[in-house]
Design a protein around this ligand. Structure first.
Ligand code: NAP
Length: 217
């Protein structure tokens, strides 16, 4: 068994999740933000990559504005070389934080740092470590490299995509799934559409991947 993995992302109509400069763009509208905070509140951990921490400096907390009784999930950063700056907001005391690296394992203040893999953070090993810590539901929020890797590894159970009514354009703007992409049609990640909902001026889609793997598969 492994924790349930939910991926959430907001994109433009042309599938971009940020500007070509990789600067954060607000793509979620108020309705979607409320949904994301409720979703965070139902999860035990929120996972992002170091690219997102360096680009956006997110807090990754649940805002009381959107949720009646906010409980703060564990914030998890995939950061092989431990580049998370000490002043990054994920390092503050607003919620517990775990940094998964390949080089270091020692507590940094209140932040737990673990070694998980050799080249890059090994996602299966990470899910095992989270399971040991009682994490049953993981929310993966980005960015493109991390979402791409979870999808390619068939470790995603549910995928939420919010499509904002805008076009960002540009070849270099990050998309929902980065990395090298599918080499052949067989490598394409197939999805089942489970639901479509209008959220204000945007659209929310819920998918389930056709193939999902457990840790011993
Ligand atoms: N619209 C949205 O919903 C949304 C949400 C979040 C982020 N974003 C955007 O996404 C962009 C950041 O994306 P990104 O691709 O640069 O960064 P990212 O996916 O957040 O982080 C990628 C980094 O994580 C580390 N990593 C460690 N283990 C990994 C593994 N197994 N698989 C993948 N990565 C691993 C790697 O760095 P090391 O090798 O150094 O560890 C890698 O370069 C920003 O522009 C941000 O604004 C958008």
């Amino acid at each position: 068994m492994r924790p349930t993995v939910i991926v959430n992302c907001a994109m433009s109509v042309d599938g971009k999740i940020a500007l070509p400069s990789r600067k954060q763009t607000r793509l979620s509208n108020e309705e979607d933000l409320a949904r994301v905070h409720r979703l965070r509140n139902q999860c035990d951990a929120i996972v992002v990559g170091i690219g997102t921490v360096l680009a956006d400096d997110p807090k990754l907390t649940v805002k009381g504005k959107y949720v009646e009784e906010a409980r703060q999930p564990l914030r998890v950063v995939l950061d092989s070389r431990f580049r998370t700056p000490p002043h990054a907001l994920v390092m503050n005391d607003a919620a517990p934080t775990l940094i998964a690296t390949t080089c270091y394992s020692q507590k940094r203040g209140n932040v737990e740092v673990i070694r998980c893999g050799t080249k890059r953070v090994d996602l299966r090993q990470l899910l095992r470590e989270l399971d040991i810590r009682g994490v049953r539901k993981v929310l993966v929020e980005g960015g493109e490299a991390v979402i791409g890797e979870f999808l390619r590894s068939h470790l995603v159970d549910v995928l939420y995509v919010f499509v904002a009514p805008c076009v960002i354009g540009g070849r270099t703007a990050p998309t929902m799934a980065g990395g090298t992409g599918a080499a052949t049609l067989d490598d394409v990640v197939r999805l089942h559409l489970e639901g479509v909902q209008r959220l204000g001026d945007g659209v929310l889609m819920e998918y389930r991947p056709s193939v999902t793997q457990h840790l011993d598969d």
